[in-house]
Write a new protein. Sequence first.
Length: 95
Amino acid sequence: MEAASVEAAHKRAAGTVDVVGVAWAGNDDSYGDFVARHGLTFANVVDTPGDVFRRYGVAGQPGWAFISRDGSVEVELGAFTDDELENVFAGLVGS
């Protein structure tokens, strides 16, 4: 499950990469249930209107906007394997 992989990567990258989940399809109850069911400890925000997704050009879920220290943004669609996510995080820390 992708949520578990993101949570694990978040814990390994603590202090070096900030992870923020953005929910945009559902309602407050379904968002909260998802976070609780998967034991997510990283920040999660509700974006029902899709403003965050539009700002970064994310067309769907799972979608990612990786923002480096210099402010450059790389958008990816689809799920990542644990190794792929680790590599992306390593690249962000090195940027």
